[in-house]
Design a protein around this ligand. Structure first.
Ligand code: ADP
Length: 497
């Protein structure tokens, strides 16, 4: 199977959990910081020491041979090598620098060799030729541990008032670098020892340090576990690092949100129980009072039975609304999105509601600016329209009106449901969408409200990624505006094609 380097790294990390531990990273980092510089420095220092030591040696030896070169000329050594003084001097130099000295005369002949091997032979090499041109040379043979140098034997005289120099011969000398190599070896050993000590120290100290440094994270885990296990219901606090503080903050926010959800769930359950109990209590009271009057007239029975039926209908309505609400809470995967003719949907909704409006003596008007087709869930959209128009009829006045206005641009369609009703005060704007919230509980109950309608409406609007707004003047009327995208937008943010 082909695998990218990144994929391979991920696999290794997954297989070897220790490599994913922060402690391991701290350990590797510290080891690298502690050891790498000393390794690099060791190499760098040794190399620069070697260069410097060789150049000092070259300049020392060259200076000495320059002095000897003058002596050679004074004793006319190139012609006659019998001078004891010079021979002793050359021998001394040879011993001192543990190397060979050869004196080469003008015709490239070796006139003197301290090793007495090559005397009388001819020596033509690049260095010697260069030196005959007046230039000193030096060459470091690292492998064999010596430096080879040439020093010109220059005669200076005056000719026609000018100073004239002429190279009469060349000193070809070698000097051993054993002492430099020995010093370097010593330094190398010392540095290695230092590295070993550092490594042992780091190996011993870093696991402990890594443990201390990651301790706050263990504290965060422990604090979270305590909350999970119910030992504490307080907020957690681990201020050791800014990072742990951020984790604790995020966790506390999550905790707060969960508490909120839990509270609202409890409140919802309490509200549901209360709402469901109310019709049951009424039914029980009605039935009990009939039971207590065995000879109650038939008319009373009929009247009470009608009331009981009404209460059962109400119970039914609450249960149906609750089921709708639960459905809205489900994920968008359950949305049945199709292209729906919104004009038609509104017309049919209004047709269903007109009889109720007529009963309340409310006139319903539909105003459409253009034909609109949108990608929506038809049942949920119908529920939105029904709830808004039903409310506009319910919370209206005698001889009132309800106006439904439909318009669209290239992105959204907008439905405005306005009425000439009792209106809603500004303080109630935020609450009317809450579950079971009713501005006037008894009035709403009287006209069959459950307090769930707007909550269902808002959930349905949000499922379509739309918005709902309300504006109202108390005593004059209310206007709900619903704005829905024409193309359904999936959670990923892409429109349907
Ligand atoms: P309900 O079943 O009580 O009508 P809703 O959730 O539909 O519940 O509405 C919540 C409350 O908002 C209602 O009880 C009512 O007080 C207020 N309300 C809703 N629509 C209107 C409206 N068009 N005019 C005045 N008040 C309204």
């Amino acid at each position: 199977m082909h695998m990218t380097p990144n994929g391979l790294l991920q696999q290794i990390l997954r297989r070897v959990p220790i490599l994913r531990s922060q402690k391991a990273y701290i350990f590797i980092l510290m080891l690298a910081i502690g050891v790498i510089p000393s390794v690099v420095m060791r190499a760098g220092i040794l190399e620069s020491y070697e260069k410097r030591a060789v150049s000092v040696r070259v300049s020392d030896v060259t200076t000495q041979y320059r002095i000897i070169a003058d002596h050679l000329l004074n004793y006319n050594y190139l012609q006659d090598t019998s001078s004891e003084v010079i021979n002793a001097e050359l021998e001394q130099m040879s011993n001192l620098y543990d190397g060979r000295v050869m004196i080469i005369s003008g015709n490239f002949r070796i006139v003197k060799d301290t090793y007495s091997i090559s005397e009388g032979r001819t020596m033509i090499s690049e260095e010697v030729i260069k030196c005959f041109h007046g230039e000193s040379t030096s060459r470091y043979d690292k492998n064999n541990g010596y430096i080879e140098m040439t020093v010109p034997i220059t005669e200076t005289g005056r000719k026609e008032g000018k100073t004239v120099s002429q190279v009469r011969g060349v000193i070809l000398a070698s000097a051993s670098t054993d002492s430099i190599v020995a010093t370097m070896e010593l330094m190398r050993r010392r540095a290695l020892l230092l590295e070993i000590v550092m490594t042992i120290l780091i190996l011993g100290l870093v696991p402990f340090l890594a443990h201390i440094l990651t301790l706050p994270y263990s504290r965060v885990t422990r604090a979270i576990n305590e909350v999970r296990d119910g030992f504490t219901d307080r907020e957690i606090s681990v201020p050791d690092y800014i990072e742990t503080e951020h984790i604790a903050d995020a966790f506390n926010q999550l905790l707060g949100r969960m508490r909120q959800i839990n509270e609202s769930r409890q409140e919802f359950v309490a509200n549901v129980s209360h709402e469901l109990k109310t019709p049951m209590t009424s039914v029980k009271v009605l039935a009990d009072s009939l039971n207590q009057q065995p000879d109650a007239p038939v008319e009373l029975y009929r009247e009470f039975m009608q009331d009981i039926t009404q209460e059962i209908e109400r119970e039914n309505k609450i249960i149906n609304d609750l089921l709708s609400l639960v459905k809205m809470d489900k994920t968008e995967a359950e949305m049945d999105i199709r292209a729906v003719d919104i004009n038609e949907l509104l017309e049919s909704t209004l047709k269903r509601l007109r009889p109720i409006a007529r009963k309340q003596d409310v006139e319903v008007v539909f105003e459409s600016m253009r034909p609109v087709t949108a990608e929506v869930d038809e049942i949920k959209m119908s529920q939105i329209f029904t709830n808004l128009v039903e409310n506009a009829i319910k919370y209206n006045k005698e001889h009132g009106w309800v106006k439904v206005h439909l318009d669209a641009d290239h992105q959204f369609f907008t439905v405005e449901v306005s009425d000439s009703g009792i209106g809603i005060s500004e303080e109630d704007y935020d609450h009317i969408f809450d579950r079971f919230y009713r501005v006037d509980k008894s009035h709403s109950r009287e006209i069959g409200g459950t307090g769930l309608g707007l909550s269902i409406t808002r959930s349905a609007v949000l499922l379509h990624r739309g918005s709902i707004r309300v504006s109202s003047v108390e005593g004059e009327g209310t206007c709900f505006t619903v704005k829905i995208p024409l193309s359904y937008i999936k959670a990923g943010g892409k429109g349907r094609s």
